[in-house]
Each structure stands twice: as structure tokens, then as C-alpha cells.
Design a protein around this ligand. Sequence first.
Ligand SMILES: NC(=O)c1ccc[n+]([C@@H]2O[C@H](COP(=O)([O-])OP(=O)(O)OC[C@H]3O[C@@H](n4cnc5c(N)ncnc54)[C@H](O)[C@@H]3O)[C@@H](O)[C@H]2O)c1
Length: 340
Amino acid sequence: MPFRIGLTRDFLDPDGKVGWGDIGLAALDEADGVAWDFIDVVSGDIPPEAVRGYDALIVLTPRVTEDTLKGADRLALVARFGVGYDNVDVETCTRHGVVVTITPDGVRVPVAVSALTLLLAAAHRLREKDALVRTGRWEDKLAYMGTGLTGRALGLVGWGNIGREVSRVCAPLGLRQLAADPFADRDAAEAAGVTLVELDTLLAEADFVVVTCALTPQTRHLLNASRLATMKPSAFLVNVARGPIVDQAALTEALTARRIAGAALDVFEVEPPDPADPLLALDNVLLTPHAVAWTDELALGNGRGAIQAALDVAAGRAPAHPVNPAALDHPLFLSRKASR
Ligand SMILES: NC(=O)c1ccc[n+]([C@@H]2O[C@H](COP(=O)([O-])OP(=O)(O)OC[C@H]3O[C@@H](n4cnc5c(N)ncnc54)[C@H](O)[C@@H]3O)[C@@H](O)[C@H]2O)c1
């Protein structure tokens, strides 16, 4: 019996083509002993009948719930395309011996380069200068001087997979690099030319504060009104991590009062934001719809990561990047592996 892999149907656009472009599906066609197709679910909870008979699921946005796993007669893997997995009930998966994997190798470079893209766009006032040309205000350009990078301080709030890559891509730019991350490796930071500091020091010294930490109960509203008030008036805030890490109302106030120079945000407390949100009316903030990192490189990287996880499980190997490694030792996972 082939190892059956189901992909959620939200990978397809209305014409039935993969909306993301090349996500590496050729590797599934080339693999021996593997059969794959799209399951008939585009959104919402995945019903149990949709997963019956499948050994692995590759999931974009539909939810894997307790109910989904009632149909998991063979299911060994839920491979999430990306690194967020709030749509997967991991605890229930672990209890059912279903491994959940993510694709950090796919997002690392695209999201880090996106952080730099937003930083450069804010520093060079790209949004305002584009508007000068389009609205016949060419001669006003002297009033829109940008901020050079050389000798300035980059402050990374979070120095994990993406934060470390931001450090690497920013290395040639002549920025002094600071990072605040209670769990980061001091020697690795030092070797990368990054000084680990307390968050308060970072906020006081950084010209560009870039948020790349995980959203946890401890980091929710980590950048609140009082912390934002300690940023330099000339500093910019970039958030490519998760919206709730920043108190968005407090940020809106700081931007409105010009207490900081500007911000660039790919993520929001509520997505999509309310069109009436006052943040959207400000000209010193650049906004992208949680998709600044969406490129062909991201699509292929995430696709390859998720597909490789499925092929590894099919071949009896442990997949890379499990978020619940305990499931690998679960009797149900082991018995399904033995029966394949
Ligand atoms: N915009 C996007 O499209 C996009 C895509 C992928 C990931 N992300 C987000 O980017 C962020 C980073 O992802 P990653 O893959 O680097 O994750 P990661 O788990 O590798 O790194 C997160 C880092 O946050 C640190 N951290 C935890 N608590 C902290 C605290 N109190 N203060 C400072 N740092 C703290 C951790 O120690 C870790 O080093 C996450 O929030 C993730 O959801 C966004």
C-alpha cells in the first residue's frame, strides 16, 4: 500500500493551479511508494472523513482539531507549510502519536530579507518619496531626508532562526548590532558580532528596533507604551514577528505624536486590521498584509520542507523540525511505522 499524503486544497487558486507557484511537488511525483492528492478542504476545521486513509497531511490554513484526529486511522504526520502552527492542536496530535513539523529553513532567509526590506524602506522614506513623484510634489523632496545606516544601531528583539539571519544579511551594512533575547547563546552572538543586551538598553540605544521574537505569554505587549516611550525620537520600529508583541494602540499614539520617527509592520494585533483603525491613516508607518516575505523562494523553501518531512516519515526516518518530538516515541506512531 502506498504512503498516502494529502495536501489541503487551499494551496490551489480558483483555476486549480497551485497559487504559490512551485512548491516542490515534483519530489512527490518522483518518490517511490508514495501517492498524493489534494484533500477536499480549503478552510475551517478538517473533518475526520477527510483524513481517513492518509499517512501524512501537508497543511496550509485549515485547522487540525481533536475531531479531525477521529479519522486518523493511519495518520503519522501533520506537516505545516510555514512556522506558525496555531491552526494545529499540537497537544491532541501528540496524544494520538501524530508528529507535527514546521519549515524554519523555508522562512529564514525570506523573512530576514523582508525585515531588511522594511527597515530600508522606512529609513529611506520610500513610501513618502513614491507619493512625491505620483502627486507632482517632486520639489518637496528636501523635506524628506532619510536616515543613513552606517554607524547606526540595529536592535533585534529576539535572536532565533530569523533574528540571527537578519544579523547575517545586515552584516555588510556597517550597523552596530544589539540583540535582546533571554535564551540566545552569548558565544554565538559574540561570534556574529552581536552584543546581547537587556531590552531596556536596546530600546534606548537602537536606531532601528526590529522585532523577531516568538509570541509567548511573556512577549505579548512586550513593546508597551512605557517601553515605546524609551525609544529614541529618531528611531524606527519594524515588526515581522507577530502583531500582539507590540501594543498597537500605544504604537499608534507614539507615531501620531511623532515620538518615534516611523514604523514598518507586516503583522498586526488583529489581522486584517479594521479599515477604520487610526494606524492606517498615518503617513509615518509602512504596512504590508502579513505577506512581505511571500516570494517564490519562500514558497519553494516551505514546500520542500513540508514535503521532505512527509518523505522522511514515509521512509521510516524521523522528520526534521518536529514541534512535538514526544510523538515520535508514541506507541501509535511506532506501530504505524512498523505496519508500513
Ligand atoms: N511575517 C511573517 O511572515 C513570519 C514568517 C515566519 C515567522 N514569523 C515570526 O517571526 C518570529 C521569529 O520566528 P523564528 O523562526 O525566528 O522563531 P524562533 O523560535 O527560532 O526564534 C524566536 C526567538 O524569540 C526568542 N524569545 C523568546 N522570548 C523572548 C523574550 N521575552 N524577549 C526576546 N526574545 C525572546 C527566543 O529565545 C527565540 O530565540 C516569530 O514570531 C514567528 O511567528 C513571521
